[in-house]
Design a protein around this ligand. Structure first.
Ligand SMILES: [Zn+2]
Length: 293
């Protein structure tokens, strides 16, 4: 290779690097949105790689709920998610609470976020605080500052003494809604719910299948709706394995209490570092969502 070729190759590399770093990330576009798009409600893509049209803002305060951390502007959802959340807050009232505190839903047009979650991109995910709500008249400032309450002990192997039957009933009602695909909660909570659900028939325990043990999720539980009916371009996650999932949750707990020895020949770290999403990685419809009024 002659000298000129070398220079040319070097320049090409520099230029490619230049364009790559200059290209805005998808989260920068979506994180800058202030309002939902004036489009029919629709989700495009998958929970961790997509966006959403026609999202609706959860009213900041209602008779039986409050949205928390308003400064984040992440209280936007598909109309089904808003409807689901309002109804669930009434279940909480039946359990003796004043309602529910809602954490992050989605950004106004969904999409990747500048900080935090990987999912919550379709307007179909909601974080709901575990606090037994005693008042729904917190001011803006209080909603920035009060803390969510953890329900776990022993690293998530068990619930602590803050956990109540009301939690069981609220999560059960959530999981029983046919629109819900799964609910993420720490393993100790799932095992507790498995024990407290006295019904033995498969049909009556079916809701437990949707309660999925997961890391974190002891300050809040995370509800994920399935793709709404007729929402073409929305990609559902594979359903949870059949059965109530109680044995798997117990196994997870056992592993927290008695961690298995590390494998003798650990597999080489082959997992690629997850690249940052660019607009071109999202469904084409997401450009339309960004450009819409
Ligand atoms: Zn979440």
């Amino acid at each position: 290779m002659g000298f000129r070729h070398l220079i040319g190759a070097a320049l090409a590399v520099v230029c490619m690097a230049g364009t790559a770093s200059a290209e805005k990330l998808a989260k920068q576009y979506f994180g800058a949105q202030r309002d939902g798009s004036a489009q029919k409600a629709a989700a495009y893509g998958s929970y961790a790689k997509g966006c959403a049209a026609g999202l609706v803002q959860m009213p900041e305060t209602g008779p039986t709920w409050q949205s928390m951390r308003l400064s984040r502007n992440r209280n936007w959802g598909h109309p089904d998610l808003i409807d689901f959340s309002v109804k669930l807050s009434r279940v909480a009232v039946k359990q003796g609470w004043k309602g529910l505190y809602f954490g992050d839903f989605s950004q106004p047009r969904g999409g990747p976020m500048l900080t935090g979650h990987r999912s919550h991109q379709l307007g179909l995910d909601a974080d709901i605080w575990m606090n037994p709500v005693g008042r729904v008249n917190l001011n803006r400032n209080q909603r920035e500052n009060i803390s969510a309450i953890s329900m776990r002990r022993a690293g998530g192997a068990f619930v602590n003494d803050k956990w109540t039957r009301a939690h069981h009933e609220i999560l059960k009602a959530a999981a029983s809604d046919p629109r819900v695909a799964r609910i993420f909660v720490f393993p100790g909570a799932k095992v507790q719910m498995c024990k407290d659900e006295k019904a033995r028939s498969k049909r009556k325990r079916a809701w437990l299948r949707k309660i999925r043990p997961w890391w974190g999720h002891h300050y809040h539980f995370h509800v994920r709706l399935s793709c709404p009916k007729g929402s073409r371009g929305c990609v559902d996650q594979a359903p949870p394995p059949p059965g109530d999932g109680c044995a798997d949750a117990q196994q997870w707990v056992n592993n927290i209490l008695n961690p298995p020895p590390p494998p003798k020949n650990p597999p080489k770290a082959t997992a690629k570092k997850r690249g940052e999403l660019r607009l071109a990685d999202l469904p084409k419809a997401c450009v339309g969502v960004l450009n819409s009024k």
